[in-house]
Design a protein. Structure first.
Length: 412
């Protein structure tokens, strides 16, 4: 009787399992996604999507297109409710790095300084200008900037571990003492051939290749750090990696170097910060009532170097003077315009902030422009002080100035 029951149970079990097995054999195989979705010659590999960054971030990737003339990286806030691509293009992109003209393969494309960026979600875009009509793009999003994490995220909880109580020693059982084993000889350290710097004094490490940039770390006298590159501006500042993983620039006159420095990568420093902490207004304010005899003029302009190749950066030093007898109540903006072909379309511009000026005082501020259009033509540089009409003046007709024209030679 028991044998018959067992046979019926086995037959019933096989009938239940048969449809499942047939379904597995008839299921379609899962195919991998298209491997051509990312261009191996033009992409960003770090940071990846859904990533949190802060301070200065080294953006890695590859740009090896044969038609590449230059490339740079931009960012903008991520708008989640944009309806289509045309609406997305209406949102302005902001520069994260300066343009570069040399190819990069699986290395640093540039450094994004997020210290002045609000904590939020953003998207990055790699823009590659080629010989064609339209540039090529590669985007990464979302990227979260979090320079000020919430307090609860930084707290570390300490878990108490109960140690077992010591067992009482057995006075009667005495075990013979074990002889200590001889320690194995430590292997001799091998010399690191990579280039390094060693500080000769206590040295600051900055976000860029000048003392106008903020301090992001330091090297004490005698400490060493790995050299990752050298400034592309020709200042000689080394781009190094500190022990805590952060990277920045250090002045070459306060360090000694070792290793081969002949093939160091050229690193583009981030755009320099404004000379004074004057915020740039997002909207044009209404003209103020006339103040007591304020007269803003451009007293002096110096361009260095005067005349560059396409893709090279020049510096503009502007002396803003209050020639009136009254105090200017606030600072303002000097608008700089670099136009080729005697004022043709697509000029390149920059805005330089300056602070409040008392009567008769002068303030010197600095900006930068990298000309990229209208090659092999004559370029004109024009400037306008108080470009946003933030201060009412007794004479609004003397706010413009110009420099000597220069010839933009090829090089991009």
């Amino acid at each position: 009787m028991k044998r018959s029951q067992i046979l019926l149970y086995l037959v019933f079990t096989l009938l239940l399992l048969a449809p499942t097995a047939m379904g597995q054999e008839d299921a379609e195989a899962i195919e991998p996604k298209d491997p051509e979705m990312m261009n191996p010659e033009a992409h960003i590999s770090y940071p990846p999507p859904v990533y949190v960054v802060r301070d200065s971030v080294d953006i890695r990737g590859t740009v090896t297109l044969e038609t590449m003339r230059n490339f740079f990286i931009e960012f903008r806030p991520l708008v989640l409710d944009m309806m289509d691509e045309e609406e997305a293009e209406d949102h302005q992109w902001f520069p994260a790095t300066l343009p570069r003209i040399e190819a990069v393969e699986d290395d640093i494309l540039g450094t994004w300084n997020t210290s002045g960026t609000s904590d939020d979600l953003y998207e990055l875009r790699l823009t590659i200008n080629t010989g064609g009509d339209a540039p090529e793009y590669y985007r990464v999003s979302p990227i979260r900037v979090e320079n000020n994490p919430p307090s609860f995220a930084a707290e570390q909880q300490v878990v108490a571990v109960e140690e077992p109580a010591e067992e009482p020693a057995d006075e009667m059982a005495e075990e013979p003492a074990e002889e200590p084993e001889e320690a194995a000889p430590e292997p001799e350290p091998t010399e690191d051939p990579r280039p390094r710097v060693t500080a000769t004094v206590n040295s600051n490490v900055r976000a860029g290749d000048s003392t106008v940039y903020g301090v992001i770390g330091f090297l004490l006298d005698g400490e060493s750090a790995l050299i990752k590159g050298i400034s592309s501006r020709g200042t000689g500042w080394y781009y190094i990696e500190l022990a805590n993983g952060r990277s920045g620039f250090i002045y070459p006159g306060i360090v000694n170097t070792t290793g081969d420095l002949s093939n160091l990568p050229r690193i583009n420093p981030p755009p320099p910060p404004p000379p004074t902490p004057v915020p740039i207004p997002t909207a044009v304010p209404a003209p103020q009532q006339p103040q007591s005899n304020v007269d803003l003029v451009i007293a002096h302009v110096q361009v260095s170097p005067h005349g560059v190749k396409c893709g090279e950066t020049y510096e503009i030093q502007v002396a803003v003077r209050n020639a009136g007898s009254g105090n200017a109540p606030s600072g303002g903006i000097v608008s700089v315009r670099d136009s080729g072909q005697a004022g043709a379309a697509s000029p390149q511009t920059t805005r330089i902030a300056y602070g409040a000026l008392t009567a008769g005082s002068t303030q010197v501020v600095t900006g930068h422009i990298t000309p990229m259009v209208h090659v092999e033509t004559l370029h004109h540089i024009t400037l306008q002080v108080d470009a946003d009409n933030q201060v009412a003046e007794i004479n609004e007709g003397n706010n413009t100035s110009a420099t000597a024209p220069y010839w933009l030679s090829s090089g991009c």
